[in-house]
Design a protein. Structure first.
Ligand SMILES: Nc1ncnc2c1ncn2[C@@H]1O[C@H](COP(=O)(O)OP(=O)(O)OP(=O)(O)O)[C@@H](O)[C@H]1O
Length: 694
């Protein structure tokens, strides 16, 4: 078997962080941020770490703090439904050789981290943080082990890693499924002995918007929706496993088949989202005479590097394609979390293949762990900030009641929604819920030894291969096929993976001069899409794959549209920034000692809302705190502060909504940070509402 093993830790140094050694000058958030429930070792940071007045230059400062006061997310059965974890990796030798500094300071026993962008510019974030010395075992024990027993009780759990290339996503994710399957197998032999539970493993990747089976020669898969709006992956091979060694082999095989490439930061960079699923199944009567049906599922997703989605400068067609898809899927993921947590009627699962696949992991009884991986090096600062901001936004989006999630439970019956046994015909009237015996979760008895103490024999033949989904072509059911060399291979991205005409793309390149035209087109095209979207119902489109293949024909047009929209949006944002900056400068000049602070804030807000809201419109979140310093604000000490929300959404419009009089913690950033902020927002913009039909 052709294996490509990633090399871990071999080029990492123990270099002490220069930043960590310097006195930490972080800012004052401690008073306003609620306590964090997290690792037992964690404690809140203490001390007053306000910015010293001398660090502020006189006059108005616009200051952005990515708001993160909502640390505690939804709680259910003692486990948070959505958990966010940040993991910092150590500096590697390459970075050390380039004399890059470690700019991430994590105070011991705290759930706060500071990114030292420059000596004067710092950004504070509040999360459950894992420092560079935390092992993969600890990540597992803390974040994944607690949810393993839940999948015996119908929970669908998802664990995914997010972050730029080389930040440690694969390093973090790779060991987790093995450990989880070890624990699942133990449970089937121990707590749930003789109850007929079976473990199945499948492994596939989403690359360029298409699905490929990593355990079946990178066979192309397609997704379909059944009459009950269940998405299934047709042809995905599932293997029944009964020992850890077999799981290990499958994981290694899948990893070696995955699409990777080389980036400056990572020699083996993942270019796809890899999804490894562990499904616990059981027949209705707990015997093996009847077909096993899905009980619960644990999905591990190693996302492609996030910076690829933001990369609009690369002219390489394939990279742009990857970037567009990654961008789309990360945004779609965030949008789904937002929609689930607010009371939006429509959950945009169809925004990307990734969210379609994950649909049943977000509805009903589900748990999600997001691990945001960050690199410590100064050279990665911008990407690190982007990763943390994404986490912030996901976190603030998921802080609500999550009512949608539970409403959707009724839509999501407990049959396997992502895989469908070959033998089963659709639609199937009997839901598993009807004939499933309820198995109580035994969280308290989940205390087995954490070491692998046994290796089960005959690993190789200890797997039953079960094709799932309706048949498409011939399945070979012989286990020996599993040992065939994969067709795709690491760099074996087939020509068919991207099939769009090259010329169209070139022709459609926008010219900077006709932005008006672009914007007009944008409006009307989007209006049209909205209309179509509102007329369409979920059930109107039974065959997602057919729809997608239609849209793939227009891939160039879609990419072009994306580019036009992003350009138009950036122009809008730049324009707004100019206006806001101008107004603020005027205000600063007009500020006279003796003006009451509220007047000042009201005036500022009035101008902002008039000027900015007129230009930009609509939704999506990030918060800006603008602070200002003036001699007369004695009641507040040297600084006054309020914040406003910037709502930004598709299609590329935003609306500034000032919140008058809200005093909050703040930090000092230079005025030009607004540009950085806006650029990073720009990078999170969706390719376009492309999804013809979403
Ligand atoms: N916490 C860590 N401790 C030690 N080494 C690490 C850690 N995290 C990552 N590494 C090492 O950093 C390198 C890059 O990590 P990895 O391949 O996991 O990045 P990635 O985020 O998956 O990148 P890509 O998106 O390009 O696939 C690897 O050599 C890995 O061994």
């Amino acid at each position: 078997m052709h294996h490509h093993h990633r090399q871990y830790s071999d080029h990492f140094t123990d270099s002490p962080s220069k930043w960590l050694q310097s006195p930490c000058l972080s800012h004052s958030q401690s008073s306003t941020v609620p306590p964090i429930a997290s690792r037992s070792s964690s404690m809140r940071r203490n001390g007053d770490d306000r910015v010293s007045p001398s660090e502020l230059s006189p006059g108005l400062k616009i200051c952005f703090v990515f708001r993160s006061p909502y640390i505690s997310l939804l709680s259910f059965n003692n486990y948070q439904i959505f958990r966010i974890q940040v993991r910092k990796r150590p500096l590697n030798k390459k970075e050390f050789a380039k004399k890059e500094e470690d700019i991430i300071a994590i105070e011991p026993h705290s759930n706060a981290l500071t990114v030292h962008e420059t000596k004067l510019q710092r950004h504070n974030f509040f999360y459950a943080v894992l420092n560079e010395d935390v092992s993969n075992d600890e990540v597992y024990f803390e974040k994944v082990e607690p949810i393993v027993p839940l999948i015996f009780n119908r929970t669908k759990a998802t664990c995914f890693a997010y972050g730029q290339t080389g930040s440690g996503k694969t390093y973090t994710m790779q060991p987790l499924p093995l450990k989880a399957s070890q624990d699942i197998l133990r449970l089937t032999l121990d707590t749930y002995r003789n109850q007929g539970f079976q473990l199945f493993v499948s492994f596939f990747e989403i690359y360029g918007g298409k699905l490929f089976d990593l355990l079946n020669d990178r066979k192309k898969l397609c997704m379909r929706e059944d009459g009950k709006q269940q998405v299934c992956i047709v042809g995905l091979q599932e293997y029944r496993v009964s020992n850890v060694e077999t799981v290990r082999e499958f994981i290694e095989k899948g990893n070696s088949t995955r699409s990777t490439g080389t980036t400056g930061a990572n020699e083996e960079s993942s270019r796809s989202h890899a999804i490894l699923q562990l499904c616990v199944k059981r027949s209705a009567d707990g015997t093996e005479t009847k077909p096993a049906r899905l009980v619960g599922k644990l999905s591990f997703i190693d996302l492609a590097g996030s910076e690829r989605g933001a990369d609009t400068t690369d002219n390489d067609k394939q990279t742009r394609m990857e970037g567009a898809e990654i961008n789309k899927s990360l945004l779609a993921l965030k949008e789904c979390i937002r929609a689930l947590d607010s009371d939006q009627g429509h959950i945009p699962f169809r925004g990307s293949k990734l969210t379609e696949v994950l649909r049943d992991s977000f509805v009903g009884d589900s748990r999600t762990v997001m691990i945001s991986c960050i690199s410590p090096s100064s050279g990665s600062c911008e990407h690190t900030l982007n990763t943390l901001r994404y986490a912030d936004r996901v976190k603030s989006l998921s802080k609500g009641g999550g009512s949608k999630r539970h409403q959707l439970t009724s839509l999501s019956n407990l049959r396997d929604s992502t895989t469908m046994p070959l033998s089963s015909s659709l639609p199937n009237d009997t839901t598993f819920e009807d004939d499933m015996t309820y198995v109580p979760t035994e969280q308290s008895s989940f205390g087995w030894s954490k070491q692998i103490t046994e290796r089960e024999p005959s690993a190789k033949m200890n797997a039953d291969r079960i094709p799932s989904g309706r048949a498409e072509g011939n399945f070979s059911t012989s286990v020996s096929n599993y040992y065939k060399a994969p067709i795709g291979g690491r760099n074996g991205i087939g020509k068919d993976d991207f099939d769009y005409p090259e010329q169209t793309y070139e022709q459609a390149k926008p010219s900077r001069g006709n932005s008006k035209k672009v914007e007009t087109y944008q409006q009307s095209a989007l209006e049209e899409k909205r209309k179509i979207g509102s007329q369409m119902k979920w059930t109107d489109i039974p065959d997602i794959e057919a729809m997608n293949s239609h849209s793939e024909d227009d891939l160039n047009a879609v990419l072009q549209e994306e580019e036009d929209l992003v350009t138009a949006h950036r122009r809008q944002v730049e324009h707004t920034i100019d206006i806001v900056r101008e107004e603020m400068n005027l205000l600063v000049q007009a500020d006279q000692p003796g003006n009451p602070i509220d007047d000042y804030i009201c005036k500022l807000n009035a101008i902002l809302s008039q000027k900015a809201a007129g230009i930009l419109q609509l939704q999506a979140h990030c918060s800006i705190y603008y602070t200002f310093k003036a001699a007369n604000f004695h009641d507040l000490g040297p600084f006054g502060c309020c914040f406003m929300d910037i709502f930004i959404t598709f299609p590329f419009s935003c609306h500034l909504q000032p919140k008058v009089g809200q005093m909050a913690h703040f930090s000092l950033l230079a005025l030009q940070d607004i540009n950085i902020l806006m650029n990073s927002i720009g990078s999170y913009l969706p390719p376009s509402p492309t999804a013809k039909g979403s």
